[in-house]
Design a protein around this ligand. Structure first.
Ligand code: NDP
Length: 463
């Protein structure tokens, strides 16, 4: 639209916002994008990328220990936290620059500023004290860790944001929560030599995953030395005279630690952006309400990614961005597909999963076949590491369709990506059986489990 400064103005320079800006600009649209902090957003700056780097860092002690069985003598190793933080910073700065450059290279204009919507076609850039107009506006401001103001002493706690950049590695940490972030960080800190306690309110960690994997991961983490307290919540956090923290739990225990990290979910970034002022509809949880095409109740304003609180995952935000561009600029209305999303938890061992858990399948299907293999992966034979790998297929007995595939063990995340393709395509167990194994791999178990381990008929387990 010639009357506006931009065809599209994007607020938020994370994975979703940058993708939409870059692709729309490459179509020849006049695009502006504002980011108040750093281009790259949660995933690149304080999420997936630094997390994975820290996972790698935390795995070395086990690699060193495992090397002995393969004939290696490794001299006593030492770890420098500050080196890791500095190297991580260098890498994310490199990625940040690429994100920005990609938008600009496609012809988009980047702004380093907080943005507020003052009218459905007008955005105020606070840091520049400048107002711009746009035909279409896309909100992709992501989310942030949920605070816990009801917890006395919450001001002493840190979140995942701060955990990446602590000045010193704590000697002991308590992490509250049982989701992705709590479990991943518990493994990271433990691997780096920190005395780690995970405190979770429910009966088993990772409530949205298959119970078999949850239990086996829990046992494996405890065997490594991570303390996991279920059915427990912290009641208060008190600072001691020596600067350490006492965490009082509902179980009556007191944990004395150097840091308490809260990982109790993430909430959408919708505050102080002028959204109420223009009448934008939001959910009770404060997320932006959108239709199946990511359009808000205001015709020319759209929202994608964590700010909509649909599925809080980077690839989902990127997919929603691509669908938005198809819909808004290519005359091809495309609704994002949120069905059968493969995902990984970078715990140690990893979880890789796609589709229905056994419990979910049993609720929906009368005859469910479970194929399950638990074994010691080959790499742990000579190393002597006492750790099992678990693989599980959940199959609809009537149609033979594979409903879920779940892996716990080394490289499970990589396997989940590939398992996502056949499950998305709706393949049957017979297709898995017809597939030749790749030998010797751990993943070959997925195509060699010919007989069901057990069935669940009308909710009852039968052998
Ligand atoms: P999750 O939703 O995964 O987990 C939140 C955890 O906090 C749950 O165990 C929940 O318990 C617990 N909880 C919630 N409220 C309270 C409370 N008031 N007191 C005590 N415990 C509480 O959120 P995360 O913060 O771990 O991660 C946010 C999102 O980021 C994830 O949903 C995921 O989509 C994404 N993410 C993805 C990663 C990946 O792909 N590998 C890695 C990290 C994050 P309950 O289970 O009982 O509800």
């Amino acid at each position: 639209m010639a009357g506006y400064d931009y065809d599209l103005f994007v607020i938020g320079g994370g994975s979703g916002g940058v993708r939409a800006a870059r692709v729309a600009a490459a179509l020849g649209k006049r695009v502006g994008i504002a980011e108040e902090y750093r281009f790259g957003g949660t995933c690149v700056i304080r999420g997936c990328v630094p997390k994975k780097l820290y996972v790698y860092a935390s795995q070395f002690p086990e690699h060193f220990a495992d090397a002995a069985g393969y004939g290696w003598t490794v001299p006593e190793a030492s770890f420098n936290w500050r080196t890791l933080v500095a190297n991580k910073d260098r890498e994310i700065s490199r990625l940040e620059a690429i994100y920005k450059k990609n938008v600009e290279g496609a012809g988009g204009e980047t702004f380093h500023s907080r943005a507020m919507i003052v009218d459905p076609h007008v955005v105020h850039l606070l840091d520049d004290d400048r107002t711009v107009t746009a035909d279409q506006i896309l909100i992709a401001t992501g989310g942030r860790p949920a605070a816990h103001p009801a917890l006395p002493g919450h001001e002493h706690c840190i979140f995942s944001n701060e955990a990446f950049d602590l000045k010193e590695l704590p000697k002991a940490i308590m992490i509250e929560g049982g989701g992705y972030i709590a479990v991943e960080f518990a493994n990271i800190f433990h691997g780096l030599g920190v005395d780690t306690t995970l405190v979770y309110r429910g009966k088993e960690i990772l409530s949205r995953f298959d119970m078999d994997l949850r239990r086996t991961l829990h046992e494996t983490m405890e065997k490594k030395g991570i303390r996991i307290l279920c059915h427990a919540v912290s009641e208060s956090i008190r600072k001691r005279p020596d600067g350490r923290l006492d965490a009082l739990l509902t179980t009556g225990q007191t944990l004395t630690v150097d840091q308490v990290m809260l990982a109790i979910g993430r909430i959408p970034n919708t505050q102080n952006m002028g959204l109420e002022g223009i009448g934008l509809e939001m959910t009770q949880a404060g997320a932006i309400k959108v239709d199946e095409y990511s359009r808000t109740n205001i015709d020319n304003i759209w929202a994608i990614g964590d700010v909509t609180n649909r599925v809080q995952l980077t690839p989902v935000a990127i997919h929603e961005a691509m669908c938005f561009v198809e819909t808004a600029f290519k005359g091809n209305p495309t609704a994002p597909d949120h069905d059968t999303i493969a995902t990984a938890v970078f715990s140690q061992p990893e979880i890789g999963t796609v589709g229905l858990s056994e419990d979910e399948a049993v609720k929906r299907f009368a005859d469910v076949e479970i194929y399950r293999a638990s074994f010691r992966p080959m790499r742990h034979t000579l190393s002597g590491r006492d750790e099992k790998m678990l693989m599980k297929l959940v199959v609809d007995g009537a149609s033979r369709k594979v409903l879920g595939a779940h892996v716990l063990g080394p490289d499970a995340g990589e396997m989940a990506q590939l398992l996502g393709i056949p499950l998305k395509a709706g393949v049957t167990k017979d297709d898995f059986d017809r597939t030749m194994a790749v030998h010797p791999t751990a993943a070959e178990e997925l195509v060699t489990m010919y007989k069901p381990t057990y069935r669940v008929k009308d909710g009852q387990r039968v052998q």
